[in-house]
Every structure is written in C-alpha cells, then in structure tokens.
Design a binder for this molecule. Sequence first.
Ligand code: FPP
Length: 255
Amino acid sequence: MIREPAQSAPQPAAPLPRHVAIIMDGNGRWARNRNLPRPMGHREGVKAVRRAVTACRERGIAVLTLFAFSSENWRRPKAEVKLLLELFVHTIQKEINDLDSNAVCVRFIGDRSAFEPKMRRLMENAEQQTAGNRGLTLVIAVNYGGRWDIAQAAQQLAARAVAGDIDVRDIDSDKLGQALSLADLPEPDLFIRTGGEQRISNYLLWQLAYTELYFTDLLWPDFDDAAFAEALRSFAGRQRRFGQTGDQVEQSKRA
Ligand code: FPP
C-alpha cells in the first residue's frame, strides 16, 4: 500500500525572545520626509508603540522595554522636550485602562526625581493599577540612562556597606546586577534599534551584555508587524553562545 506522503512534520517552534528592548528612533525624520512638523512624527510613533505592545502580547513575549525618553533627551529644544513629556503623560492616561484589561503590567525605569509630583503620581498609579497583571510586562524607560542605572546601583551598595549591612568584599557583579532597575526580570534577549543608527546610546548598558543586537533602517513610525516578525526571524537564526564554543552549544541542545 502506498502511504500518503506525510503531512509536513511539525517544526520545532523558533526560539522566541523572552525580553525585547527597543530604541524607537526616526520619528523626526519620518515627519520631515513628509514635510510635517516633528511632533507629528512622535504622535505617529505612539501608534507604533501600540503595535509593538500588541505584537508582544499576541506572541507571548514576556517583557518589552521601550526607551521613551533618555537622560540625554533634555538636550533637545525646550519645546520638543515639553511635547515629548506631554505626549508621554497623555499616552499613559489614554491607554492605561486598555493595557490593564489586556493583562499588561506597566513599569517605569529611570530617575523620577526630575519630574513634577503630578507626573510621578501618574507613573505610580499606572504601576499600582497594573501590578497584578501577568500577560506582558511593559517597561518604559523615562529619564533613563544606563550609566545612571549602574551609578544608582553602586550608591545602594555603598550605602548598605556603610550601614554595615554588607561587606565591601562581598560586592561582586551578581550583587551589582541585583541592585539595577530590571533586576527581577530576565535580561533582554533581543535589542532592536530603528532609524539606521548602530549604537546603544546609553540604554541598558549592563543588561545588554549578552543580548542579540538588531538594527534596521526603518523609521520607528514605519515599524509594523512584518518588521517585528523580521527581527524575530533574525533572532531565531542566531546561535547564542554565552562564552561557550558553537560545538558545546550544539551538544547541549542534543543532550
Ligand atoms: C526618537 O526619534 C524618539 C524619541 C526620542 C521619543 C519616542 C517616544 C515616543 C514614540 C512616545 C512614547 C510614549 C510612550 C508612553 C511609550 P527622533 O526624534 O530621535 O527621530 P530622528 O532621529 O529622526 O530625529
């Protein structure tokens, strides 16, 4: 008896990052290319934020970290800084209930001391409202810098050492890592930067030590689901060695 050709055998699922960290670059150029004012680019960028959150939620990615405002962004023209912060506040206010009902847990990282109490309250309320959600952790970096993060971790450890709570000789990379902003979350597996530049720009400096880097020329407002899928395909094709040889990695997969 001739057997029917086997239906395509189930393929092992492509490895998916647990944590994706994104630098959303190119809003200004997106607007300029259309003879629009820069703010229009940032507004369009918010739509791309929504798409990225939905894409992560649908695919079961555990953590998405977005660089919304860096500690260096204060150097932009005053009007643009104002607009960016207003857009940030407006977006949180508008989206928080939707995020909550979609099981998204919202967290913020960065130095909040620079913000007005009203904005700090908004951030705290958003965190409290969504703290119990387990669908996707959405981390928003505002007034964040990787060097600031390492410095604040060092400060925490120094204060504990002065208080006699820990011995200076016990301070190692594990302890420092535990004092960083994202200590309780898996480190980013995949870093994406849109907009054509190939640099880290003081993002999660410590946490990106073993992250796969992906750069695309697409401007952030153009970053759609197909572009996200392409980044995930690139990630799935990488061999993550964490200091081992390629042969060791293959062997441990077979074991
Ligand atoms: C970089 O583009 C983009 C930013 C500095 C801000 C991105 C912020 C948002 C999309 C709003 C996010 C809001 C929430 C709540 C997450 P650019 O201005 O540097 O573009 P350019 O390089 O083309 O000038």
